[in-house]
Design a protein. Structure first.
Length: 278
C-alpha cells in the first residue's frame, strides 16, 4: 500500500505540473487512460489468446457502471489539481470512506452501528475545518474533490460485488478502455500538442497512475482494512512533500487539523463492523 500511496502522489504532482503548462483536465485523463492501456497491452494480447472469456465478465453491467463512475471521479480529481494545492486536494479526498459508510446504509441497506455513524459526523466536521465555509472564500473546486470522493466510494461499493468473480486486471482494463474515448472527445476543443520537454511528465501521469491502481487492487485483496487506513493517510504528508519540493506549496494548519480529524474518523470506521441486516 505504501507503493500505491507514493505512486498516486507522484501522479498528482505530474498532473499539477502539466496543468501549469495549460493542459486541460480531460486531456490529462486521456493521457492517463491511453498510457495505462498501452502498459496493459501485453496482458491483453496474452488474455485474448489464452483466456478470452474473462474479457466478457458475467457482471459486465456493473463493470461498465464502475468504469463510468470512475471517469467522473478522475476527471473531477484532475480538474481540482489544476487550481488547488496537492495536499489540500488530498486532505478533502480522504473523506471517501465516510461516503462508503453512508452509501452502504442508504443504498445497500446495511445496518451501520453507532460507532460508524459517529465517525461520519466526525469526518464531516474535519471536512468543514478544511473548507471553512463563511471564513474563507469558497473555492468551487472543493465540489470537484467531493464529487471525486463520492465517486471513489461508489466504485468501492461496486467493487465489493464484482471483486470475487472478476480480476483486478480486467477492471483496470475496462477503466482505461472507458477513459480513452470519453476524455478524448472532451479534450479536443482545448487540445495542446505536447513538447518534448513535457513527455516525461505525461508518461509519469500514465505510468504512476496505472501502477497506483494495480497496487491498490492488490493491497485491498491482501491487507486488512485496519491497516489500509493509516497507510492511506500517509498520502497527506507525502503529497505535501511533493507540493513543497516541486511547487513551493505549503498547507495551512487548518488543513492538517481537519485531515487529522478525518483520519480519526476513518480509523473508527475501519475498526468497527457493519452489522448484519435483519
Amino acid at each position: 500500500m505504501l507503493a500505491q500511496t507514493t505512486s498516486m502522489c507522484a501522479m498528482m504532482a505530474a498532473v499539477r505540473h502539466l496543468s501549469f503548462d495549460g493542459f486541460s483536465g480531460p486531456q490529462l485523463v486521456f493521457f492517463r487512460g491511453f498510457i495505462g492501456f498501452m502498459i496493459m497491452l501485453p496482458w491483453l494480447v496474452h488474455t485474448v489468446k489464452f483466456e478470452p472469456k474473462i474479457l466478457v465478465p458475467d457482471q459486465w453491467k456493473l463493470v461498465l457502471w464502475r468504469s463510468l463512475i470512475s471517469v467522473v471521479g478522475i476527471l473531477c480529481w484532475f480538474m481540482a489539481l489544476a487550481g488547488m494545492t496537492i495536499s489540500d486536494v488530498t486532505a478533502v479526498q480522504l473523506t471517501h470512506p465516510i461516503f462508503v459508510v453512508v452509501g452502504a446504509a442508504l443504498v445497500l441497506r446495511e445496518r451501520v452501528d453507532r460507532g460508524r455513524w459517529t465517525a461520519v459526523v466526525l469526518g464531516t466536521l474535519g471536512a468543514l475545518v478544511i473548507i471553512r465555509p463563511g471564513y474563507i472564500p469558497f473555492n468551487p473546486l472543493i465540489l470537484c474533490i467531493l464529487i471525486s470522493a463520492m465517486s471513489n466510494a461508489s466504485v468501492q461499493l461496486i467493487t465489493k460485488f464484482v471483486s470475487l468473480k472478476i480480476s483486478g486486471a480486467v477492471l483496470i482494463f475496462y477503466l482505461n478502455l472507458t477513459l480513452i474515448p470519453f476524455t478524448l472527445i472532451l479534450s479536443i476543443p482545448q487540445w495542446i500538442w505536447p513538447e518534448w520537454s513535457q513527455i516525461g511528465w505525461i508518461l509519469a501521469v500514465g505510468v504512476f497512475g496505472t501502477f497506483a491502481h494495480i497496487f491498490l487492487a492488490r493491497g485491498m485483496k491482501d491487507a486488512d482494512a485496519s491497516l489500509l487506513a493509516p497507510v492511506d493517510f500517509l498520502r497527506l504528508p507525502i503529497s505535501a512533500a511533493f507540493g513543497w519540493l516541486l511547487f513551493s506549496e505549503l498547507s495551512d494548519i487548518e488543513t492538517w487539523v481537519g485531515a487529522t480529524i478525518i483520519f480519526l474518523a476513518v480509523l473508527i470506521i475501519t475498526r468497527q463492523k457493519i452489522l448484519p441486516t435483519s
